[in-house]
Ligand binder design. Structure first.
Ligand SMILES: Cc1cc2nc3c(=O)[nH]c(=O)nc-3n(C[C@H](O)[C@H](O)[C@H](O)COP(=O)(O)O)c2cc1C
Length: 197
């Protein structure tokens, strides 16, 4: 497991090689082993492949166009639009994309009371732990992965396409790697760790 933690990379180039259904099931089972706040297990995983993936990409591209030309949901993130377009190209290549939804929340744009917000933060932490389990389990199988939040550029369109009750949290691309990137830089240990004795 520690080896998987150290060897995991965000993979942005994938081979055509399909991923077996058994491997997808294993990866999702690992995700479901994550801890969750009050054991609420707020996650739902939607596995997108084949024609469904083509439709999903269309919805993503429609959202990007809206974001660029009118009614931007993320006006302060305009500079990240080229990177988000690149993410779409990565998703086109990946044989499997898993959408992860918080099934206990209606939607990101809902107004929440402070206590509901705490619930929501805890649920999102639980889902994040589950997504990390997916990435590590994929790494252990030699399958590459990418955690994707650029979906927020097309949030409305992707939620409409998904037609799910719940809050879309992220997507995870999976595929056999067609690249072997070096470890990306990390902050220095002493810059992020404070000891209080
Ligand atoms: C919450 C989250 C969202 C991310 N969203 C994207 C994304 O939309 N597109 C992308 O190419 N990479 C995305 N990444 C990958 C990061 O860019 C990557 O983890 C970081 O640069 C460190 O590289 P590494 O994963 O290889 O260690 C995301 C990572 C996280 C944790």
């Amino acid at each position: 497991m520690i080896e998987a933690i150290y060897n995991r990379r965000s993979i942005r180039k994938y081979l055509d090689t399909p991923i077996s259904k058994d491997d997808i099931i294993d990866i999702i089972n690992s995700a479901m082993k994550a801890p969750s706040s009050k054991n609420r297990q707020p996650w739902k995983y939607i596995v997108i492949q084949g024609n469904a993936k083509t439709e999903m990409i269309k919805a993503f591209e429609k959202g990007m166009l809206r974001e660029e030309t009118k009614e931007a949901l993320l006006p302060m993130s305009k500079k990240h639009i080229p990177a988000a377009k690149y993410t779409i190209e990565i998703l086109k290549q990946a044989p499997v994309v898993i959408f992860v939804v918080n099934s206990l929340q209606k939607g990101m744009l809902e107004n929440l009371e402070p206590e509901e917000r705490v619930y929501n933060i805890c649920n999102i932490q639980s889902i994040s732990a589950s997504v990390q389990n997916m990435l590590l389990s994929a790494t252990e199988k030699g399958i590459g992965s990418l955690w994707v939040c650029d979906i927020f550029f097309a949030y409305k369109e992707l939620c409409d396409w998904l037609n799910e009750d719940g809050e879309l949290i992220c997507a995870v691309a999976l595929g056999y790697p067609d690249e072997d990137p070096k470890e990306r830089p990390r902050k220095k240990f002493d810059d992020v760790v404070e000891w209080r004795n």
